[in-house]
Design a protein. Structure first.
Length: 241
């Protein structure tokens, strides 16, 4: 932005950087100007893409672990939206969140009850049963725990089935949030941007948006399945319905 203000146009330089946990990136152009840039995407959107990259590169175990983290961060976002809707005091919210921040089962429980409050006539849970490639009934939470805690190495097709299930679950919830809680959804997004400004500690920061498979900013409807959302030609194998 300094190059733009001085020369009337930004520099044409590109910088390759590693992803950061806070989503803030510092870079310096050849004119010596330091620029801070932040991604508008939330962590669950970035993590989901990282999980898909792992799947495409042939690492199904790492893919499932990363997608499971994406889901947990989405639940955190969902909880935030519903708490905003019900005017929960922000300071109290942060104090309570500290009590569950490192405990995924408690976070999932918080999501279940807030989802029930917001949708009293239906239940939307992830732990339903489906058939695994081995032909047996598998609880997806058990499947995820087996990978994270027991070192289980899943087949590509098993990993794809889990990720597709999570994909459809998150997309369905985002759609419901947009249909009935758009105002509070936008407030949560603004809150995310405010946090970034606070982390920048007074420094000027620019925002950029990138295309992600799961996207809060997507204008149209998400593809119905994961197979439709990613380019199948990138896969080293083909999932059989």
């Amino acid at each position: 932005m300094e190059c733009f203000s001085i020369h009337g146009q930004p520099s044409d330089e590109f910088v390759s950087l590693d992803l950061t946990d806070d989503g803030i990136y510092a870079m310096q152009c050849s004119n010596g100007h330091t620029t801070l840039v932040s991604l508008q995407q939330h962590k669950f959107e970035i993590l989901f893409d990282m999980g898909i990259n792992a799947l495409i590169d042939g690492y199904p175990r790492e893919a499932v672990a990363t997608i499971a983290s994406s889901l947990e961060r989405f639940y955190e976002f969902y909880i935030d939206v519903i708490c905003i809707k019900h005017n929960v005091n922000q300071d109290l919210y942060e104090k309570i969140w500290k009590q569950v921040k490192k405990q995924s089962e408690r976070q999932y429980g918080a999501y279940l009850f807030l989802n029930l409050i917001d949708n009293p006539n239906e239940i939307d849970i992830l732990t339903i049963y489906d058939k695994s490639p081995a032909g047996k009934q598998e609880n997806w939470s058990t499947f995820r725990n087996k990978i994270i805690h027991e070192g289980y190495i899943p087949q590509q097709e098993e990993a794809f089935m889990y990720i597709d299930f999570v994909y459809q679950h998150i997309c369905k919830l985002i759609l419901k949030l947009k249909e009935s809680n758009e105002e509070y959804l936008q407030t949560a997004i603004s809150k995310h941007i405010s946090r970034v400004h606070k982390k920048a500690n007074g420094s000027m920061i620019s925002f950029m948006s990138i295309a992600t498979i799961i996207s809060l900013s997507r204008g149209d409807i998400q593809p119905a399945t994961l197979h439709e959302a990613i380019n199948p030609t990138h896969l080293k194998w083909q999932y059989k319905h």
